[in-house]
Design a protein around this ligand. Structure first.
Ligand SMILES: [Zn+2]
Length: 637
């Protein structure tokens, strides 16, 4: 069913644009920083102990397991990010370090292939007994993905062999006619499919299928599992919706439960639907996609609006101040979107990738790459956010690290693999899904390289230069035009051309000659965006967006309380390119607005008085990088 394939990362180079700065930041700052933390060399952040756990399990150190039950997955995601980094930026010292850690992982692995430091060190007798809570399959999944990535990046087989032993153990244990089981936290499904795609060994695909289709079957596996053991890790309670175990996956049409687990599973379902030509499964994926994007997604691309269970809530329940919107959940939407794109290219998937990338995902990382958000609120209230019980999770400043550190390494592996999301290749068509400066090589009948110069997201200029290896090549070049963009000028070799947008793409079929240039000049007018009136917290409010970038107001630019500010309909909004300071290079917005002052009593018949003020809005992804204070995305009109 797949109509296009994403490019392998060795075919893509990222340079000269917004994202090349971010990839360099991950390579130069975030990867070394995460390593220091995992090795407990950073004194002022949450202790990780992740590497020490492997040393203890390997018999190279004495001690107890420390950290969350899925601490191993931090190491896995770091190794996967390193693999992607090595493709673009060969670095012997980093590769040596990765090899050292891989050897350690090999030593921590048990003879039968079992790999999990928590159980090996603390509870060897409890292996596989608590799939609901204990994340063995989740950690293994991440480690398998890392091993596949490392093999592709370096050609070295050691890590892959280690993880194939673990995968083989999983495949021999779980399945039809074997031990019953499904993972509490989905992830292993994606990993086994990835391993199948690399090795073409059917058992990996079959076990992934088993985990997907066994979910939601009666009687509930987790209920049976609980009855079979006399211990638990966090709680005895199984919430079937929380675990997406409430009905078989092909009957699921509303996104429910833990948002990261859910969307990892939807991504795996899409991949399986494509591999098996399974229309029913694809139908479920389409319904789940539409439900998330049209009913349960913040304008910043955040999903999973409630802290209770880090979960989806219900249609239109998108509170701004108590938003959960975990970084990993938005990252998972990229995974889901890419698989859906491979089945049927459609601008709606690219639009979501853009939305989550330029807003929630980027906002989760401080501009210096050293602090991170797990939760991504759209409104911060002084004295309330991060303070009172209902808002404890919505921090106003990024911490240096987390005891539960799933998000930062997930961000690293996504940003370093953007090439897989930016470009695609069909039978006779090359796709540009999102604008990514640099170049990409394609294997159509004649090899083709396309260079992309992009000033996105702050300027609407993108230029592609097409270079077939032979003198010319016939193919269709399909370029996604974002949904926010209503006016575009297209130029082919300097001359204006007409191009129709079909399902989010312009499709230009011709005989491409070396040096042909396709330019896009997009109108970057600031837009006022309103939400569906059913979104209780946004009624009467407006949000500003320019290109894919959503804006917010911060106390450091606008006097608190921000709830007193209004942006009248006739205000002229002026984009300003910042020339200095931490926001240098970004476009901020300056506008006239109103600030209300009212009576000091809690309730009064005195109408608030409005006075003219100048307001400033900054890209949402840059919030919390200057003086701490209030922030809001939605402002009263
Ligand atoms: Zn996370």
């Amino acid at each position: 069913m797949k109509t296009i394939k994403s490019l392998q990362l060795d075919k893509v180079k990222v340079y000269g644009d917004f994202w090349s700065d971010k990839t360099l930041l991950i390579r130069n700052v975030v990867i070394p920083y995460q390593l220091e933390i995992m090795e407990d060399k950073h004194p002022n952040v949450e202790k990780s102990h992740a590497i020490e756990n492997f040393k203890i399990a390997a018999g190279e150190a004495k001690g107890e397991f420390y950290g969350l039950i899925f601490q191993d997955s931090d190491v896995a995601k770091w190794l996967e990010a390193v693999a992607y980094s090595l493709i673009s930026y060969p670095d012997k010292a980093l590769e040596d370090k990765a090899d050292e850690i891989i050897n350690l992982i090999g030593k921590a692995q048990e003879k039968d292939g079992y790999l999990n430091t928590h159980f090996t060190i603390n509870y060897p007798e409890r292996k596989w007994q608590n799939l609901l809570e204990c994340h063995e399959l989740y950690c293994n999944g991440h480690m398998i993905e890392a091993a596949v990535a490392y093999y592709k990046a370096t050609g070295k087989i050691t890590f892959l062999n280690i993880m194939r032993r673990t995968a083989d153990l999983i495949c021999s244990r779980f399945g039809e006619g074997k031990t019953r089981g499904i993972p509490g936290h989905q992830e292993i499904e994606l990993a086994l499919i990835e391993l199948y795609n690399l090795t073409q060994e059917k058992r990996y695909l079959e076990t992934a299928e088993y985990f997907i289709y066994e979910r939601g079957k009666e009687p509930s596996y987790f209920e049976q599992e609980e009855k079979s053991r006399d211990w638990y890790h966090w709680s005895r309670f199984e919430d079937r919706e929380y675990a997406q175990n409430h009905k078989p996956v092909i009957e699921q049409d509303v996104a429910v439960g833990h948002s990261v687990r859910a969307v990892y599973m939807y991504a795996a379902m899409a991949e399986l639907a494509a591999l098996n030509d399974d229309k029913k499964l694809l139908d479920a994926c389409n319904k789940l996609w539409d439900n998330i994007v049209n009913k349960q997604m913040y304008i910043t691309g955040g999903i999973g609006s409630t802290v209770h269970g880090e979960a989806f809530s219900t249609s239109y329940d998108l509170p701004n101040d108590t938003a959960y919107a975990e970084t990993c959940a938005s990252i998972a939407m990229c995974f889901f979107a890419r698989r859906m794109l491979e089945i049927k290219p459609s601008g709606k998937y690219c639009d979501v990738i853009e939305k989550v990338l330029y807003n929630t995902i980027l906002a989760s990382m401080q501009l210096d790459g050293k602090r991170f958000f797990y939760v991504n609120p759209l409104e911060v209230i002084t004295g309330v956010s991060g303070v009172i019980k209902t808002h404890k999770h919505a921090l106003a400043q990024r911490p240096g690290w987390y005891a539960c550190a799933c998000c930062p390494p997930n961000l690293s592996r996504l940003i370093l693999s953007l090439g897989k999301y930016a470009w695609g290749e069909g039978k006779d068509t090359i796709y540009s899904h999102i604008y990514l400066g640099g170049s990409a090589s394609f294997d159509l009948s004649d090899s083709v390289t396309i260079e992309c110069i992009s000033k996105y997201p702050f300027e609407g200029y993108v230029c592609y230069t097409i270079n077939p290896i032979s003198k010319s090549s016939d193919f269709c070049f399909a370029v996604h035009i974002p949904d926010w963009c209503k006016n575009v000028i297209y130029k082919l070799n300097g001359k204006n051309i007409n191009a129709e947008i079909t399902d989010g793409y312009i499709n230009i079929s011709r005989t491409w000659k070396s040096g042909d240039k396709l330019e896009l000049i997009m109108d970057m007018q600031v837009k006022r965006v309103y939400s569906n009136l059913s979104v209780n917290s946004n009624a009467g409010k407006v949000c500003l967006q320019r290109g894919p970038v959503v804006y917010c107001f911060e106390e450091t630019d606008n006097k608190a309380p921000l709830s007193a500010l209004r942006l009248p309909e006739d205000s002229v909004i002026e984009p300003v390119t910042e020339k200095e300071g931490i926001l240098k290079g970004t476009v901020t917005l300056k506008m006239s607005g109103l600030k209300e002052t009212g009576d000091s009593k809690l309730y009064s018949e005195v109408k608030p008085n409005a006075q003219g003020v100048t307001l400033k809005a900054v890209p949402y992804y840059t919030w919390g990088n200057r003086s701490p204070g209030e922030m809001r995305v939605w402002i009263r009109q």
